[in-house]
Design a protein around this ligand. Structure first.
Ligand SMILES: [Zn+2]
Length: 330
């Protein structure tokens, strides 16, 4: 059997019409312009057929013969066991199906596990100045809707002093903490911004019946600082390159963009998992500082008893917050 095609001399792209004689069992004859190159089949490298690409025969002396796919050559290749793995896969539906399934699994797995893991790593690597600048921008965003606190300077100072004292008894946080007071129509609430800023709304101070109850919520927010929840969420939500730019330098424009997303996130609350982590931190800290976490459960109950008030960030989307109270009391 003869296959027609094109031959190329060693290291040259000059085309020579040629044909290949494949009728012998152990050798191939390449015929170019009446000249014959013969070699043992074992010495000739045959390209693995992929899709509709032509098949290439590389001779040891450097000549290459190229021929289009044809039923004749595919038959010859399969009898000489040269038909490619990729080719077999293509014709095997199940292999194709499982490859597709594997692709889906890789994509889903990356989203569920790799991306969160990477977000954590990136958030941890974001320099403090970038996280703090981001927190400042988020606060500026909120301040367009918030008013200054109506609490007296001495009331504010008292709470700040308590936070300082508490922090001395706790594991060091990733950022130094700054406490801000604001008044807003967002109800009894507090927020942890990226970079260690905590904002306490007047209504939260009013709702708390004791210092310990108020502190339990502040400690919950410190839990968010401890876990860098906001920064991780922002990094996760953004394209990863954004996190990398925060890590590596020129980041002022990015901080502006992220700040808008941050305002939105804080207003809409965290996931249940993240809230549980912050609760857990607050509970542990309450036990360290006060020897009891009961005021935290009391505070949760006060929230549930409020009427006509907006539901705070850390209770919304959690209809099962009875469970949270239970977890605090366990
Ligand atoms: Zn929270």
């Amino acid at each position: 059997m003869r296959l027609s095609g094109t031959a190329f001399p060693p290291k040259s792209s000059v085309r020579h019409p040629a044909w290949l004689d494949v009728s012998q069992v152990n050798s191939l004859d390449l015929v170019i312009d009446g000249q014959i190159i013969t070699d043992d089949l074992r010495n000739i490298e045959v390209s693995v057929p992929v899709g509709q690409l032509p098949i290439r025969f590389h001779f040891p002396n450097g000549w290459m013969f190229v021929t289009e796919r044809s039923p004749a050559i595919m038959t010859w290749l399969s009898t000489h066991k040269k038909s490619g793995f990729v080719d077999k896969l293509e014709s095997n539906f199940f292999a194709w199906f499982f490859s597709a399934l594997l692709c889906v699994a890789v994509v889903v797995g990356s989203y569920l596990y790799v991306l969160p893991w990477l977000s954590h790593k990136i958030a941890e690597a974001v320099p403090d100045y970038a996280a703090i600048a981001l927190g400042e921008k988020v606060l500026q965003g909120f301040d367009e809707q918030w008013q200054p606190s109506a609490l007296s300077a001495s009331e504010q100072e008292q709470i700040r002093q308590r936070v300082v004292q508490h922090l001395e008894q706790l594991e060091e946080l990733p950022y130094s903490v700054e406490v801000y007071f604001r008044s807003s129509n967002m109800g009894a609430n507090a927020f942890a911004l990226p970079g260690g800023k905590i904002v306490i709304l007047d209504d939260l101070v009013k709702l708390a019946e004791s210092e310990q109850q108020l502190d339990s919520i502040i400690l919950h927010e410190l839990g968010h600082v401890h876990h860098q929840h906001m920064l991780k969420k922002l990094v996760h939500s953004s394209v990863l390159s954004v996190g990398v730019s925060l890590m590596t330098g020129e980041s002022s424009g990015i901080i502006d963009n992220l700040a808008g997303v941050g305002v939105f996130f804080l207003a809409n609350g965290h996931s249940r998992e993240v809230e549980s982590e912050a609760d857990e931190y607050a509970k542990r800290s309450m036990l360290t500082i006060y020897g009891t976490s009961e005021p935290m459960a009391e505070m949760f109950e006060l929230f549930s008893q409020q009427e006509g008030m907006p539901v705070p960030e850390w209770l919304n989307s959690h209809p099962d917050f009875e469970q949270r109270i239970q977890a605090v009391r366990e």
